[in-house]
Design a protein around this ligand. Structure first.
Ligand code: SF4
Ligand code: SF4
Length: 96
């Protein structure tokens, strides 16, 4: 008969690793960028779509409105610029 080896129960399995939440904030990933988002206060309609889509929580917000970009953590993926329907975020080359 196959599979006669006793399999461990869930209680017998070793504990898995637990990664503390929020650790991404400890690492400044901004230097990874080759292009950066530039936000226009004048064009912004405060729809918050960019804030919803940003995978790095790098859209800075105060009082329910965008106030800028967190360049310490923004990786320059360009999603915010692509999703903004008002042309308020443009991507520009980083000056290195
Ligand atoms: S998506 Fe564009 S218009 Fe909407 S909050 Fe962001 S920058 Fe402003
Ligand atoms: S470029 Fe990417 S990481 Fe940077 S603010 Fe826009 S969506 Fe966020």
């Amino acid at each position: 008969m196959k599979n006669e080896e006793k399999k461990p129960t869930a209680a017998e399995l070793p504990a898995g690793g637990i990664v503390e939440a929020g650790t991404a904030a400890q690492f400044k990933t901004g230097p990874w960028r080759s292009i950066k988002p530039v936000w226009s206060k004048e064009k912004c309609k405060a729809c918050m779509i960019c804030w919803i889509y940003c995978p790095d929580a790098s859209i800075q917000v105060a009082d329910g409105k965008v106030i800028g970009i967190d360049y310490d953590h923004c990786k320059g993926c360009g999603i915010c610029s692509k999703e903004c329907k008002f042309g308020a975020i443009t991507m520009e080359a980083e000056k290195k």
